[in-house]
Structures are given as C-alpha cells and as structure tokens.
Design a protein around this ligand. Structure first.
Ligand code: S6P
Ligand code: ZN
Length: 196
C-alpha cells in the first residue's frame, strides 16, 4: 500500500471525492425497504423512488492508526409522517465515532442494548460523541438538506441487520407544530444481528 500523503479538502461533495480512494454512496427509497415504520406509505412512495441520502466517504486502514471520514447529506421529506433518515446501525467491532453538523436541521437518534435512549439536536456547528455501544440514526427534520460530517477509527464493521430486525425505539415524525419524537410501537428489544 502506498504511503498516504497529507491533504486538505472542504466539506462539499466534489472536494471530498478528490481525496484518495473516496467514494459516494446513494440511498434511494428502494434501498431502504424495511427501515421506515409506515409500510403502506413506503409502498406508495417507493414507485417514484426519491433520493433519501448520499454519503461521500473515505477510509484509510494503516495498521491500527487509520481514520474514516464521511459527509452525509439527507434530503428533506417524509415517508408517511416519518422524516427522511439514514438506515442506522450499531458498530459491531470496537470504535467510537464523532459527528459535526454542517447545515440544515437534524436529529441524531441513539439507543443501546440496555434500553437507554438519547436524541441529540444537530444543526450547523453541533458536535456529537457516539460511544460504540449506541446504535445511531440521523434524521432530517427541516425543509432543506441536512448535512453532517462523521469521523471514526478505520476498520469498524457496521451492523444494520439488528436495526432491520428490531427497528429503532423512537420515530422522528412531522407533527402539527413541528418535528416530534414519538415511541415506535413496532420496536422489539432483542440482542442479535450480523455485520454488513
Ligand atoms: C459511519 C457513520 C456515518 C454513516 C452515514 C450513513 O459509522 O455513522 O458515516 O454511515 O451517515 O448512515 P448509515 O446508517 O446508512 O450507515
Ligand atoms: Zn456509525
């Protein structure tokens, strides 16, 4: 593996994709089957297959000292009443993570296997620390794209299956007076899952 040289970029897609080995990931509604709570609304809306989010990322494994970096952009909108969001995942191997809000209005939803829950407001300049035991999902609760950066020690395996099987304990939905966090009636607490 070649020696990685220092580089500087800015938090916009073109600049991030100019970094060595960077890639972009596109998540349309059809990629998110099973993640939104309202299956009827999902089936109605998936025909148009809107873009839900993009991730621009790079990760360098250099023995044990590499880092991963991503910029996630979540489009505004809802599926039924539930705001557009990421799949959400647990880190299945050791490694915490940090998030930095760049623009728009978001919420970071977290829960752990002890049943504890947290909701962190994420706007431009917000910083969140995510200990590895906490599943995390990002939601756009605003009317413009919600953009944030994430940083993690390289090599972490992500567990999406537990989220697909059990859901998240809370939902971020559009209420009469703005965003609301409500309990998810379909959530099942149960330990399991597999790596991607
Ligand atoms: C990775 C980190 C983020 C997410 C990204 C998309 O540990 O938490 O970069 O990968 O926001 O979310 P998801 O749930 O589809 O991976
Ligand atoms: Zn993560």
């Amino acid at each position: 593996m070649s020696l990685l040289l220092p580089f500087g970029i800015t938090a916009d897609p073109a600049s991030i994709l100019s970094a060595p080995d960077a890639k972009d990931i596109t998540r349309r509604l059809s990629d998110l089957r099973g993640f939104f709570n309202d299956a009827t609304a999902y089936d109605q809306q998936v025909a148009a297959d809107p873009l839900i989010y993009k991730v621009y990322e790079f990760e360098y494994e250099r023995d044990s000292r590499g880092m991963g970096f991503a910029c996630t952009v979540i489009m505004p909108g809802t599926v039924g009443r539930e705001f557009h969001m990421t799949k959400g995942h647990f880190h299945a191997t050791p490694g915490d993570e940090m998030y930095l809000g760049v623009g728009g209005q978001g919420r970071l939803l977290l829960y752990n296997r002890a049943g504890e829950q947290r909701v962190i407001e994420m706007n431009a300049g917000s910083v969140a620390y995510i200990p590895m035991e906490w599943a995390h999902r990002s939601v756009n609760v605003g009317d413009e794209p919600f953009t944030f950066l994430s940083f993690w020690p390289s090599g972490i395996k992500l567990d999406y299956q537990t989220i697909l099987d059990n859901g998240f304990p809370m939902l971020a939905v559009r209420g009469a007076n703005g965003p609301e966090i409500v309990p998810n009636p379909s959530f099942r607490m149960n330990v399991g899952g597999s790596n991607r």
